[in-house]
Design a protein around this ligand. Structure first.
Ligand SMILES: Cc1cc2nc3c(=O)[nH]c(=O)nc-3n(C[C@H](O)[C@H](O)[C@H](O)COP(=O)(O)OP(=O)(O)OC[C@H]3O[C@@H](n4cnc5c(N)ncnc54)[C@H](O)[C@@H]3O)c2cc1C
Length: 374
């Protein structure tokens, strides 16, 4: 139990006035479990709606958001598939990140074009087909000359509206803000301690109209939502430094290189449904180094700064899991952002906040009512 809560409970048991203050201060509209990108952004949106919220997060638990490179890439895969609703989701994300940047006086979202290496004739034909499709025009550039260092025997083209979110800086700012407002408790939440009543929920002296779980891949263990078809995928990622001058654009050829400042860069990512270990592995490191060197015409010297692993909360149908429990509407979930949290979470957190505060309908593709319960 968090030390603050122990002392408040003890004091409130002694002094009736403090007890009434404590109980009033412990009643919330929404209790949010998890302070990755999903929980933090949903909390932020609900605060903008005037809700009284409390975020419960245990930073010693794994967090995909703390590992992710935060890449923003609307057109992905061999078939160059455009993110569904890209025309809505992307402006929503950029607008929200820019408003958070103004609020906190820091840059979080960095626009950066991407050089997409063409794998072969088939991929080139797909690119040529896509470039004349009106939906794709804002996101696909032209074939560009290959920079000297990049290994692209079949050529490359530019992708637009790409970039990366500095997820750790944003999460640090939001957590510090929640702490300053008294909206954050660094607890580990145990589902067995939750009481659901006709008036809402109660957890360790905290009462709320509802609780929303934003636990990332750990939702598999959540007794109210373990029927949702998650397909978690582990990923590893490296942070490196080199004296070689890399292109300033992101290089993407399956594995990717994200150039940062002063010779720093990231490379990733592995993709594995085997969760037998959540730790970074030697095999993962070897795969990433080989993949990174293969993107370049000749091997570069580098120093390894960091090697991290996390688990993406992927879903079977590749859409998020958002909504209230079909039998216990005091309990909800905001999860399933897979490999695209930085692009999707702003739009869907705004939509869920509208749903929770104003009763507006959820986007149907993300609403958990699409999944049969039981
Ligand atoms: C290697 C890798 C690379 C990635 N690259 C990208 C990328 O380039 N671009 C992109 O958009 N996305 C990327 N992703 C995916 C992205 O990280 C996720 O979509 C996003 O971070 C999911 O956020 P979340 O808040 O749902 O989950 P998480 O970040 O995992 O957050 C869940 C939080 O819940 C907390 N929690 C869980 N259970 C409890 C409990 N019982 N009590 C208290 N707290 C609890 C955890 O501490 C954690 O902080 C990547 C993921 C990985 C692993």
């Amino acid at each position: 139990m968090h030390p603050h809560s122990t002392s408040l409970l003890t004091i409130s048991a002694i002094h009736p006035m403090i007890r009434s203050m404590f109980s009033e201060n412990s009643v919330f509209d929404t209790l949010i479990i998890g302070n990755g990108l999903a929980g933090s952004m949903l909390a932020w949106q609900l605060i903008q709606h005037g809700q009284k919220i409390m975020v419960v997060g245990d930073e010693s638990l794994p967090s995909a958001s703390r590992v992710a490179a935060g890449l923003f890439n609307p057109v992905t895969g061999k078939r160059l598939v455009l993110q569904p609703y890209a025309e809505t989701v992307i402006p929503a994300a950029v607008t929200l990140y820019r408003s958070l940047e103004r609020r906190f006086g820091q840059c979080f979202f960095h626009e950066k074009p991407m050089l997409r290496i063409i794998k072969g004739r088939h991929e080139k034909e797909t690119f040529e087909k896509r470039t004349v499709e009106s939906d794709y025009i804002p996101y696909l550039g032209t074939i560009l000359p290959t920079p000297a260092l990049v290994n692209a025997p079949n050529g490359l083209f530019e992708q637009r509206k790409t970039g990366y979110l500095d997820t750790n800086s944003l999460l640090d700012c939001l957590r510090d803000y929640f702490i300053a407002q008294g909206f954050y408790h660094p607890f580990s939440f145990d589902h067995a301690d939750l009481n659901v009543t006709s008036e809402g929920i109660e957890w360790r002296g905290f009462k709320a109209a509802r609780i929303i779980f934003c636990e990332g891949f750990m939702a598999k263990e959540n007794p109210w939502f373990n029927w949702l078809p998650f397909q978690p995928a582990k990923g590893e990622i490296l942070s490196l430094k080199t004296d070689v001058k890399l292109p300033e654009k992101i290089i993407n050829g399956g594995k990717w290189i994200l150039p940062l400042q002063n010779g720093h860069f990231k490379t990733g990512a592995t993709y594995d449904h085997n969760l037998s270990t959540l730790e970074p592995t030697d095999a993962g490191k070897a795969e990433l180094i080989a993949g990174m060197q293969k993107l370049l015409t000749s091997p570069i010297e580098y120093s390894l700064l960091d090697h991290r692993a996390g688990v993406r909360p992927n879903t079977l149908d590749k859409h998020p899991f958002i909504g209230l429990h079909p039998v216990r509407p005091e309990i909800g979930i905001f999860n399933g952002f897979g490999s695209k949290g930085s692009m999707l979470i702003p739009f869907y957190s705004a939509a869920f906040a509208d749903c929770l505060s104003k009763g507006l309908p959820l986007p149907p593709e993300a609403d958990i009512s699409r999944i049969a319960y039981g």
